[in-house]
Design a protein around this ligand. Structure first.
Ligand code: FAD
Length: 355
């Protein structure tokens, strides 16, 4: 079970389990799958890519040059290999997290705290309260036992990004208020996730996957599950082109793989999720609370589908209408007064996609 603290008086209980990904275990599993499928590795830093009509060259820092029919860039958000033809106006998710041994904590062992928007810990920290009211952060807490807990203070999205130090200070204040004394930090997380912004240029000579390909959920920052769900789709498109006897290469190949990852429907739903991010950017603490109050009152199919990027465009339209009709009057006022510009932008982008 999962819970969301909207404020001091309201907590929502959600019938949705969460788990923590074992990074090392996941990496080992993926590498083992590669090894057993005959993937060969070359360990080096890529300095440059050069593209010809039917072939690309990968120039490595060890002097080796590799040739490929297709290069897939998985080098993360800061990649210089994948091109963008529009300004990259990201939002940023900033978080400070720790896996810690503590004396004790107040969390139920059978519940994960997905979001704690309470701000009572700022009673003694007026210097933090003012900014938190404008750009709020929440606590995410996953207790493993009565002395071991994962804690993360998160700014869901900000632009320009909220300072990491501020997020850290807010977490210190919150833990003090909750009476949590950290005995030992087992793992430390500094999280910066660029979210939203335009998709890469489609198509282009290099294919992309992961953070540089636009698959990060623009309203939540979730990436890992989505990348893993989309990777086989991309792999199938590549096999279809390069694995057939009549090889499809060059521009037709680039067309097929990019449109395999980003077919029209998926591009349109991404516009919708980006609209969600633009809306969140406009909300202060009270607006954010009202938003999530209405959001988690939706039919679970819709809020779970939204968080997991599973909804079709039609379902997203239905979600928006339900959200508006479920929302409190102040929340509707927020939507009407703060969302027209992002809404018009989204409509414009949807129209451009449809042309
Ligand atoms: C602290 C933290 C917590 C997060 N929590 C979550 C979460 O709970 N759920 C979720 O879904 N997402 C989460 N994310 C986001 C998610 O981890 C990232 O979006 C994801 O790692 C991006 O994956 P990627 O493979 O595209 O890039 P990266 O993970 O950045 O991997 C890129 C790889 O490419 C290599 N590389 C870069 N340049 C070159 C080069 N020139 N030559 C060769 N290799 C190169 C890098 O060394 C690196 O190994 C979190 C991120 C952080 C930082």
């Amino acid at each position: 079970m999962t819970c969301v603290h909207i404020d001091d008086d309201k907590t929502k209980y959600l019938d949705r389990p969460y788990g923590r990904v074992g990074r090392k275990e996941l990496k080992t599993k993926l590498l083992e799958n590669c090894a057993s499928s005959g993937v060969r590795f070359h360990k080096a830093k890529v300095l440059n890519l050069e593209h010809k009509e039917f072939e690309s060259s990968i120039v490595c820092d060890d002097g080796i040059e590799l040739k490929a029919s297709l290069v897939v860039d998985a080098s993360g958000f800061a990649s210089t290999f994948t091109e963008y033809d529009k300004p990259r106006n990201h939002g940023y998710q900033i978080a400070h997290g720790i896996l810690a041994e503590v004396d004790c904590h107040p969390f139920d062992l059978d519940k994960m705290v997905l979001m704690d928007w309470r701000d009572s810990h700022m009673g003694n920290e007026p210097y933090l309260r003012a900014n938190n009211s404008k750009i709020p952060t929440f606590l995410y807490a996953m207790p493993f036992d009565s002395n071991l807990v994962f804690l993360e203070e998160t700014s869901l999205v900000s632009r320009p990004s909220l300072s990491y130090m501020e997020v850290k200070n807010r977490m210190v204040a919150r833990l003090r208020h909750l009476g949590i004394r950290v005995k030992n930090v087992i793992e430390n997380e500094k999280c910066v996730i660029p979210m939203g912004g335009p998709l890469p240029k489609i198509p282009q000579s290099v294919m992309a996957i992961g953070g540089t390909s636009g698959v990060v959920h623009p309203s939540t920052g979730y990436t890992v599950a989505r990348t893993m769900a989309l990777a086989p789709i991309l792999a199938d498109a590549i096999v279809e082109c390069l694995g057939s006897t009549r090889m499809i290469r060059g521009r037709p190949l680039h067309h097929r793989v990019w449109n395999g990852l980003w077919p029209l429907e998926r591009r349109c739903t991404r516009e919708f999720y980006s609209f969600g991010m633009e809306t969140l950017l406009k909300l202060d603490l009270n607006g954010t609370r009202r938003f999530f109050d209405a959001f988690f009152d939706l039919d679970p199919y819709y809020w779970q589908g939204f968080l997991s990027s599973r909804l079709s465009l039609r379902e997203l339209l239905f979600l928006s209408l339900s959200l508006f009709s479920n929302a409190s009057n102040p929340s509707r006022f927020d939507i009407v007064t703060k969302c027209p510009v992002p809404l018009v932008k989204m409509m414009g982008n949807l129209a451009l996609e449809a042309i």
